[in-house]
Design a protein around this ligand. Structure first.
Ligand code: ZN
Length: 202
C-alpha cells in the first residue's frame, strides 16, 4: 500500500514538473463536436499529427471536446470551433472535404465531413493522414485570415495523387510564406482575443 502511494506521489510530481518546464502558452484551442466524427483512433492520430505540424512552426495547439467555451482562458489563445457534419453546404464543390470561415468569428469556424474523407481514402489506410491535412489546412485558413492557397504543401488548393502518397509517408510542410502569414494572423487574432476578454472582465 505504502509502495503504490509513493508511485502516485512521484507521478504527480512528474506531471507538475512537465508543466513547469513547458512555459510556452497555448496559441490555439480547438473545440471539436459533431455527429459525423471519425473513429476514435483516426481522430486521435490525426489530432496528434496536426499538433505536431503546428509545433514544428512554433504554434502550440490544444484540443478540447465539445462546444467552444465562453470563458476566456489565460493568455488569450485563439479559439476555433470544429464541427464534423454529415453534409457540407450545398454550394460547395462535391470534391470539397471541409471548409473554414476565416473572416467570420462565428462559433462554427471549421466544418468537416468525415464521410468524404473516408471516401477519398478508399480502402487504403490513409484516412488519418488525409484528415490531419484537411484539419491543418482549414486551421491555416483561420489563422492566415484568408482563402489564399500555396503552390505546394499543406496550403495547396487541390492535393493530387502524389500529395496523398507523400502525406501518408510523412506530413506535408507549410511554405515559408504560409508560416509568415500564420504568425502574422495569429498575432492579430490573439490581440483581438485579448481585447475581447479584457472587455468581458470589466
Ligand atoms: Zn483551402
Amino acid at each position: 500500500m505504502k509502495h503504490s502511494m509513493l508511485i502516485a506521489g512521484i507521478l504527480v510530481a512528474a506531471a507538475v514538473t512537465a508543466q513547469a518546464r513547458d512555459p510556452k502558452p497555448v496559441d490555439v484551442m480547438i473545440y471539436v463536436k459533431g455527429d459525423n466524427k471519425p473513429p476514435g483512433s483516426v481522430d486521435f492520430g490525426a489530432r496528434a499529427t496536426v499538433t505536431w505540424m503546428y509545433a514544428r512552426i512554433g504554434v502550440r495547439l490544444v484540443w478540447r471536446d465539445g462546444e467552444l467555451g465562453s470563458s476566456a482562458a489565460s493568455g488569450s489563445p485563439v479559439m476555433i470551433q470544429l464541427r464534423f457534419t454529415e453534409e457540407l453546404r450545398g454550394d460547395l464543390s462535391p470534391e470539397a472535404l471541409a471548409y473554414a470561415l476565416p473572416f467570420g468569428y462565428g462559433r462554427t469556424a471549421i466544418t468537416v465531413t468525415y464521410d468524404r474523407i473516408s471516401f477519398v481514402a478508399g480502402r487504403s489506410s490513409r484516412a488519418q493522414a488525409i484528415l490531419a491535412h484537411v484539419l491543418a489546412h482549414e486551421i491555416g485558413h483561420i489563422l492566415q485570415r484568408t482563402n489564399g492557397h500555396a503552390e505546394t504543401g499543406v496550403m495547396k488548393a487541390h492535393w493530387k495523387g502524389q500529395d496523398y502518397d507523400a502525406m501518408s509517408v510523412k506530413p506535408l510542410e507549410f511554405t515559408s510564406v504560409d508560416v509568415d502569414l500564420i504568425k502574422e494572423g495569429l498575432n492579430g487574432l490573439k490581440a483581438r482575443a485579448a481585447s475581447l476578454s479584457e472587455k468581458a472582465s470589466r
